[in-house]
Design a binder for this molecule. Structure first.
Ligand SMILES: Nc1ncnc2c1ncn2[C@@H]1O[C@H](COP(=O)(O)OP(=O)(O)OP(=O)(O)O)[C@@H](O)[C@H]1O
Ligand SMILES: [Mg+2]
Length: 253
């Protein structure tokens, strides 16, 4: 059992968090934390409320009840301007990479730097090329459009863009959906390498996934959600041994 009273070890905490959309209750009184400096995967069947939870972490939607606390800021209590600034703490990689189609890889990664920093053109170039290099994008591919890249390469560019502002927390929503099994592992390796390179500064990775095999291989902690509730939150070794029937069923898929 994870002890939630030692608050310093979490970079995200949920307190009595509920979320409804109209009459439909989606999340039920969640109380847990996501470990700082670790890779946590949120697992669960479709419709469990995983993406909704991610949107709450980012402050894109407001809870119906309770609090979302990110790095000691109650994210649902701050104003729009402060929130915009606060989001620099996050890097996001969405399903299907969500790159700007009309911008090259280079310009996609440069975008947050142009938007949020006062870096010179020279500094931007150096930073972007180093980010693209660290995610395995060649100089030649840096000047291509997303439509000229493979799915796996688009993910790499998406990851480089997510890392541009040196975030404290990386959020990945289904980062490997639509990829073949080999590319899936390449993307997971990349997420893990990225995590390891940044973990000295308390970097936290939160991955939403359906992919049970990759999850067991790459995560430190697993949060298993079902129908808006957390069924189990364990370190990966304990999770593998869970006797909860819902989880056993998931593990045997
Ligand atoms: N803006 C919204 N308005 C109304 N209902 C919503 C809204 N967003 C999500 N829902 C509902 O909330 C439930 C949980 O959705 P959510 O997208 O969080 O699930 P998920 O666990 O991410 O599923 P998946 O694995 O399919 O992505 C679903 O029943 C969905 O229809
Ligand atoms: Mg989802």
């Amino acid at each position: 059992m994870i002890n939630y009273t030692n608050e310093e070890i979490f970079s995200v905490r949920f307190k009595n968090l509920s979320k409804s959309f109209g009459e439909a209750k989606i999340l039920y009184d969640l109380n847990f934390g996501i470990h700082r400096g670790k890779i946590t995967t949120i697992l669960g069947f479709s419709g469990a409320g995983k993406t909704t939870l991610m949107k709450l972490i980012l402050g894109l939607i407001l809870p119906t009840e309770g609090e979302v606390i990110v790095l000691d800021t109650v994210i649902n209590k701050i104003g729009e301007l402060e929130l915009r600034e606060f989001r620099r703490n996050f890097g996001m990689v969405f399903q299907y990479a969500a790159l700007f189609d009309f911008l090259t890889s280079f310009e996609n990664v440069a975008f947050p730097l142009r938007e949020f920093t006062k870096m010179s053109e020279e500094e931007i170039k150096e930073k972007v090329l180093s980010l693209l290099d660290s995610t395995g994008i060649s100089i030649e591919a840096a000047y291509r459009l997303p439509s000229e890249l493979s799915g796996g390469m688009r993910k790499r560019v998406g990851l480089a863009r997510g890392l541009a502002l040196d975030p404290h927390i990386m959020l990945y929503d289904e980062p490997t959906s639509g990829l073949d099994p080999i590319t899936t592992h390449v993307v997971y390796d990349l997420m893990r390498d990225t995590h390891r390179r940044n973990e000295h500064r308390g970097f936290t990775s939160i991955i939403i996934s359906h992919d049970i095999h990759a999850t067991l291989k790459y995560s430190d902690y697993i949060v298993f959600m079902e129908k808006g509730r957390v069924v189990e939150h364990l370190d990966v070794e304990s999770f593998k041994k869970s006797e909860n029937p819902v989880i056993r069923r998931f593990l045997e898929l």
